[in-house]
Design a protein around this ligand. Structure first.
Ligand code: SAM
Ligand code: SF4
Length: 367
């Protein structure tokens, strides 16, 4: 494995020369191929509730956004989505929501138990910052993975974009450590291009992924939502213009490639947010820079539009079947194939423990 230093990561984040960037993406792709292979894992996303008690300054689901109609799926609707995930050949379902107090711990646990009993799917939860006893209950009910992006490792920026936090409330990094200790595969991640986000902090984000030894790492562009304080410009975190990270696709590809090189066996999705800022090629270019996961949407069409984290989300009008077919087409056009089984990191680690270190071939690139 190549131990990129912070200085080297910063050099790459500032790199803008097209042919050198192409080399970086090829490096990320090569490390991806050697460590996690050509399989692209499909995780079916079920957005189970758009209610949220939090006020994250960037997110359309924040409680204060009165313009957003809210919904909460029924148990039967969620179970039907899980059945459909199996029919479509996915290995995992991801149940995601705002921090909705009415998604009680026992109600979620019951659904997890049902999915684990009736299907062969892995279950990933992404339900925000929940209490330790709730996380423990869901783990004992059979949940396999938990996703909680830490958004930025810059503590000041984190506080600015996450107001009204209670004194003594554990931070997202602390929660991720708890999640790992509970035996979940842990997923973190960041947005790229948050107003106030510096290159230095983005480099630190990659070192933090590595230090936490994350199993899954989600990286997507920040997309402004006009009905939020950050998106409307009402909140403007102070930063020098030269230090501000742009929220463009090249920055995201750089981050994906560098993260793959730094954390070779992690599962890294090519995100819907990336497909939103480049509808034609975003998803494929993410897969070509080091990603090995995609997350087709299973949320019923009736609700999908209401889960408006940011505007003009990609794939909003596609049926689950169309979404599956179009993603499989993109995967095949890259000469790769849809992964079989659950596609957890545990499987990858076992397979790659016997592989030689190939990334050393690229070490001289920036010399
Ligand atoms: N409530 C849970 C949480 O916060 O972890 C899960 C749902 S939340 C909508 C999932 C992710 O959406 C967040 O972690 C954040 O990275 C991303 N997100 C929110 N607002 C966004 C925006 N304006 N642009 C891009 N991504 C955004
Ligand atoms: Fe709620 Fe998550 Fe959006 Fe924050 S990011 S407002 S916790 S849905």
């Amino acid at each position: 494995m190549t131990e990129l230093t912070k200085h080297e990561i910063l050099g790459w984040l500032h790199e803008n020369h097209p042919s050198r960037l192409q080399k970086l993406y090829e490096w990320g792709d090569e490390v991806r191929k050697e460590y996690v292979g050509d399989a692209v894992h499909l995780r079916g996303l079920i957005e189970i509730s758009s209610y949220c008690a939090r006020q994250c300054m960037y997110c359309g689901l924040r409680q204060a956004n009165r313009a957003l109609p809210r919904y909460r799926m029924t148990r039967e609707e969620i179970l039907e989505c899980a059945r459909q995930a199996e029919r479509l050949g996915y290995g995992t379902v991801v149940m995601q929501a705002g921090e909705d107090d009415l998604l009680t711990a026992e109600w979620i646990a019951e659904i997890v138990r049902w999915i684990k009993r009736e299907t062969t799917l892995a279950v990933t939860l992404s339900l925000g910052e929940r209490r330790h006893d709730e996380l423990r209950l869901w783990r004992s009910a059979g949940a396999d993975r938990y996703l909680l992006r830490f958004e930025t490792s810059d503590a000041d920026l984190f506080r600015t974009i996450h107001p009204h936090r209670l004194a003594g409330e554990p931070g997202r990094l602390t929660l991720l450590r708890q999640i790992k200790r509970l035996g979940y595969e842990a997923g973190g991640g960041v947005m790229v291009g948050i107003p106030g986000q510096s290159f230095e902090s983005l480099a630190q984000d990659i070192l933090t992924f590595r230090e936490l030894d994350l199993d899954m790492i989600g990286i997507g562009p920040y997309i402004a939502h006009a009905d939020t304080p950050l998106g409307s410009g009402a909140l403007r975190p102070a930063i020098l213009a030269s230090e501000q990270v742009p929220g463009n696709e090249a920055m995201v590809y750089k981050m994906i490639a560098l993260t793959r090189i730094a954390c070779p066996t992690a599962n890294i999705p090519s995100t819907t947010a990336l497909a939103t800022i480049n509808r034609v090629d975003g998803r494929k270019l993410g897969l070509k820079a080091g990603a090995n996961v995609v997350m087709p949407n299973l949320t019923p069409a009736l609700y999908r539009r209401m889960y408006e984290i940011y505007p003009d989300k990609a794939c909003i009008d596609e049926s689950a079947t169309d979404c599956s077919q179009s993603l499989r087409g993109q995967i095949h056009s890259l000469g790769r194939f849809a992964g079989e089984g659950q596609g957890g990191r545990g499987e990858i680690e076992t397979l790659t423990s016997i592989l030689p270190d190939v990334s050393s071939r690229f070490v001289e690139l920036r010399a």
